[in-house]
Design a protein around this ligand. Structure first.
Ligand SMILES: [Zn+2]
Length: 56
């Protein structure tokens, strides 16, 4: 599997989805990366610490 260059679905920047990452995600049954590493880390942080709902 060669390295792939994908386009981030968040910031539209091209990023390398490496052979190593493809193999790791396939092994862990994860979907292919759709975000660049920067956006992926931001998204991961949002999942761990979602914004608090505003009180009415
Ligand atoms: Zn991005």
């Amino acid at each position: 599997m060669p390295d792939k260059v994908l386009t981030c679905q968040n910031c539209q920047s091209p990023f390398v989805y490496s052979e190593y990452e493809q193999a790791r995600d396939a092994k862990e049954n994860k979907p292919a990366a759709i975000y660049c590493p920067i956006c992926a880390s931001i998204k991961a942080r949002q999942v761990q610490h979602p914004p608090k709902p505003t009180k009415k």
